[in-house]
Write a protein that binds this ligand. Structure first.
Ligand SMILES: [Cu+2]
Length: 154
């Protein structure tokens, strides 16, 4: 009898722990890495890239831009991030972290290599609030095609 009761209590405690851990694991913020590179790791013909160039994250997550090759930075593109979201511009050749707390679509560039197509997209949570505005944004040079490819099907 005692053993059965003890077993029951043990299982109840396990159940409570699982209940507590479940949501914590599901909602724990994550740090994602985006490398700033002179060439794509799987296709060296693609020069000056963010890798990965398209990222889906949750609100509260952090993106760490890593300056693997020097001479790059990350800058949000005006009119192509959600209204009210904080714009950013990092110094050249430095790692940079940003935590996203507002859902939406964020287009960004490397300031010196925008026209060469060094651009990326971060989708935070339900990214649809400003998706149309981001799609309608005009971009110079190669950035136009890179963005069109990245956002195809969104
Ligand atoms: Cu660059």
């Amino acid at each position: 009898m005692f053993v059965r009761k003890a077993l029951w209590m043990f299982m109840s405690v396990c159940g409570l722990m699982a209940l507590n851990l479940g949501p914590a694991l599901a909602e724990a913020p994550v740090t994602h890495v985006v490398e700033m590179l002179n060439a794509h790791p799987e296709d060296a013909k693609q020069r000056q890239v963010f890798y990965p160039a398209l990222l889906r994250i949750k609100s509260g997550d952090t993106v760490k831009f890593v300056s693997s090759d020097r001479g790059h930075n990350t800058q949000s593109i005006k009119g192509a991030i959600p209204i009210g979201a904080e714009p950013w511009r990092s110094p050249l050749g430095k790692n940079f972290e940003i935590t996203f707390t507002q859902e939406g679509t964020y287009q960004y560039m490397c300031t010196p290599h925008y026209g060469m197509g060094m651009v990326g997209v971060i989708l935070v949570g339900d990214h649809t609030s400003n998706l149309d505005a981001a799609k309608a944004k005009r971009h110079p040079g190669k950035a136009k095609k890179i963005f069109a490819d990245l956002m195809e099907g969104l």
